[in-house]
Design a protein around this ligand. Structure first.
Ligand SMILES: Cc1cc2nc3c(=O)[nH]c(=O)nc-3n(C[C@H](O)[C@H](O)[C@H](O)COP(=O)(O)OP(=O)(O)OC[C@H]3O[C@@H](n4cnc5c(N)ncnc54)[C@H](O)[C@@H]3O)c2cc1C
Length: 490
């Protein structure tokens, strides 16, 4: 008998789950809480960067057949091995990452992107954000090389088109509110559309409704005081519904419930993401300058590691500063290294020809302390090591209580620029206990019959920090698994 599968959510994880279940022969209904214009969850706000294992350029050519001979000729793509992906996951999560989930994520990463490609998703190299020109060659760095064509919006469009082609029934503006249970197994969902509530029967439900980042009450409750004040980088619809529904049905909570992905985000960005700006409010070029708080003092090692491995935890550090605000300061030497997000129309920037003048122009900062901070920083840079943005160059400060470990350059070349940032939350790390087949595990340790989950609401993968580009890959890998499991589970 054909299996009836209901997928809750409308982002990357949900669409991959729906496509996969459909491909395995199930009848699939997808419920997206957002109206059609706002569909696509956090996925739609992304740049579409996806971290995956590749052994070398041949793997990339298979994934991106549009790569030209001249692109291949002038680019050093290097490789990204399974061992490197494991190392990165382990290191940034302080070795708490669930080994079974990590194994599935890493070992299926490339095959899952190829599977997406077979459904019409196109990929290309992430030239703009992950490569630098070195001695006439384009060199990739940080293990993140692939992006979906058209970024997040392109990814949602191509997955939605594939889902429609394959016969998935998509319902927008439909919010799942509870799981229905029969004899210990999931039997469907209760869903609300406007003021109408209905029950939808299903053999299996796949939850892919995101984390609780857009719920200020849960943020304060689980992440801690002050988190209610963070700006939300993406969708307003990820308020923890999927997690709550599963916990109510006996699922076990898992992972780093007081942890989240949060970044430096323009201080004047709105409360929720703006689809017209996408991820343009982020400000990720701090490794090439310094970051100071309202006291005029530095508070993180801006060059501790590649941006990929620090940006997701530095939002928290900004939230902890007075007024939840900080300024990123650059001189003209960094201008060509600043990512395109520094050039959006809405940017909060001040410029001046001296550090003294810049300090006086920044609203709310201790100007004399900032001038002293820059003077001490400049004097401490050991310039005997060459600057190289494509590797951890070891060009560091010497003798400062808080060092800058790489890419340290004196701020000495006008014009000087300061960008105001606050904390922007991306997604929460805590969520549901699932196994490597995306089955939701109960508090008693058994799989809950008829229940699968994928994407942001899975707990146990990320702790403290996160390797950039892993969220979409995780949603795709476990979404695809959930679809396979849902179609086959008896
Ligand atoms: C600005 C920004 C940039 C990012 N850049 C990247 C990047 O380049 N690479 C990367 O890997 N990750 C990136 N991320 C993280 C990435 O967005 C997430 O990891 C990923 O999109 C999560 O996919 P998902 O399908 O789990 O959740 P989402 O895409 O958020 O989808 C969740 C869906 O569930 C729906 N929903 C919620 N509640 C209900 C309900 N009760 N009933 C029905 N539907 C419901 C929502 O409307 C939404 O459509 C970025 C995030 C943001 C915000």
């Amino acid at each position: 008998m054909t299996r009836r599968v209901v997928v809750v959510g409308g982002g990357n994880a949900a669409l991959c789950a729906a496509l996969s279940a459909r491909e395995c022969g199930a009848q699939v209904t997808l419920l997206e809480r957002a109206p059609f214009e706002l569909r696509g969850g956090n996925t739609r706000f992304t740049a579409g960067a996806m971290r995956a294992v590749y052994e070398g350029v041949d793997d990339l050519v298979r994934l991106m057949p549009d790569l030209t001979a001249s692109e291949i000729e002038r680019t050093d793509f290097s490789s990204y091995s399974s061992a490197s992906f494991f190392d990165d996951l382990g290191r940034v999560t302080q070795y708490r990452c669930d080994p079974a989930l990590a194994e599935r994520l890493v070992s299926d990463s490339y095959a899952t992107l190829r599977w997406m490609q077979s459904h019409g998703v196109r990929f290309l190299p992430l030239y703009g954000r992950q490569s630098f020109n070195v001695d006439g060659r384009v060199r990739f760095w940080g293990g993140l090389t692939i992006e979906a064509w058209g970024g997040g919006p392109g990814l949602i469009d191509s997955l939605t088109a594939a889902a429609e082609r394959s016969g998935v029934a998509l319902h927008y503006g439909t919010r799942a509110v509870a799981l229905t249970m029969r004899s210990g197994r999931v039997a469907g969902v209760r869903a609300r559309r406007g003021d109408h509530e209905e029950s939808i029967d299903a053999d299996v439900v796949i939850l892919a409704a995101g984390g609780f980042e857009a719920n200020p009450e849960w943020r304060a409750r689980y992440l801690g005081p002050g988190w209610d004040l963070a700006r939300v980088r993406g969708t307003r619809f990820n308020t923890g519904d999927g997690i709550r529904m599963a916990l109510d049905a006996g699922a076990a909570a898992r992972g780093h419930w007081s942890g989240c992905h949060a970044v430096g985000w323009d201080a004047n960005a709105p409360e929720f993401g703006d689809l017209a700006v996408g991820d343009g409010f982020q400000k990720h070029s701090y490794p090439f300058g310094i970051m100071v708080n309202a006291r005029g003092q530095r508070f993180v090692d801006e060059g501790a590691d590649f941006r990929n491995y620090t940006y997701a935890k530095y939002g928290r550090e900004i939230l902890l500063q007075p007024g939840q605000i900080a300024w990123q300061i650059f001189d003209a030497k960094a201008a060509s290294l600043l990512r395109d997000e520094y050039r959006i129309r809405q940017v909060s920037r001040v410029t001046a020809d001296t550090i003294d003048a810049l300090s006086r122009k920044i609203d709310g900062i201790d100007a004399s302390e900032l001038t002293a901070t820059v003077r001490a920083f400049n004097a401490s840079v050991d310039q005997s090591t060459a600057f190289d943005p494509t590797r951890k160059d070891g060009r560091a400060t010497r003798g400062l209580a808080l060092p800058k470990s790489n890419w340290a350059n004196p701020l000495d070349t006008p014009p000087f620029e300061a960008y105001a940032v606050t904390c922007g939350i991306t997604f929460t790390f805590g969520g549901l206990h699932v196994d490597a087949d995306a089955r939701v595990i109960s508090e008693d340790g058994d799989a809950i019959p008829g229940l699968f989950a994928a994407g942001e609401l899975v707990g146990g993968l990320f702790y403290f920090n996160y390797p950039g580009g892993t969220g979409l890959t995780s949603g795709a890998v476990f979404g695809r698994q959930a679809g396979i499991g849902a179609a086959r589970e008896r």
